[in-house]
Ligand binder design. Structure first.
Ligand SMILES: [Zn+2]
Length: 201
């Protein structure tokens, strides 16, 4: 199990690197030949250490007219409510990751209907993907990273206690779309002032 978000708020763009993971020699941070941006590169073994955005994948899971939310047991935003989500693992499909995170955080088994929201967060180099999903049974329990799990009707959603803007936006889209029984995939970028990086939400 991998802690969600913990590294990312502290290291939004490129995690600092001092030594080459291939040969152990010190690395330099400069533009490789033929490239157009700085990378960590090793002048000893000539490895270029690329870092690219990471994917967070999760589920907007429902049971009848209620949505499943998890109260976070870990920083950041401990005590605030979120959709079950986490970092995609290597070798894993995006929907598989969403199912896995829903099980790990909420001990809930769901069936995915379709991709629903995709958010680019360039200020922290993350892509969020949420799937619409249905619980197969109204059974759930707090996983290691959650202190509480609950189903909420629209009127009862703790809007002032949601952990992240992408959670609020996804829920707002969902209740709007549900009233029309039409769920187009929604994709957007959330641009946040870097100086407020640690305070957004
Ligand atoms: Zn090296």
């Amino acid at each position: 199990m991998q802690a969600l978000y913990t590294l990312d708020f502290a290291t939004p763009d490129s995690p600092e690197m001092n030594f080459c993971s291939a040969c152990g020699q010190p690395v330099v941070f400069r533009i490789p030949p033929g490239d157009d941006r700085e990378r960590y590169m090793c002048e000893h073994c000539e490895t270029v250490h690329y870092t690219n955005p990471r994917v967070v994948t999760g589920c907007l899971a429902t049971w009848e007219d209620r949505v499943l939310l998890c109260r976070r047991a870990i920083a950041p935003r401990r005590g605030y409510w979120t959709l079950p989500a986490g970092f995609l693992e290597n070798g894993e499909a995006a929907d598989e990751g969403a199912l896995r995170e829903t099980w790990e955080e909420a001990r809930a088994r769901v069936v995915i209907d379709d991709l629903y929201t995709v958010y680019s967060l360039p200020h922290i180099s993350q892509i969020y993907m949420f799937y619409r999903a249905r619980l197969t049974r109204p059974e759930f329990a707090a996983g290691e990273e959650s202190e509480d799990i609950a189903l909420f009707r629209e009127a009862d959603v703790p809007w002032q206690e949601l952990a992240f803007p992408v959670i609020r936006e996804t829920l707002e889209h969902y209740f709007h779309d549900r009233s029309r029984d039409s769920y187009p995939v929604r994709s957007s970028s959330l641009i946040v002032d870097p100086s407020r990086r640690r305070g957004w939400g």
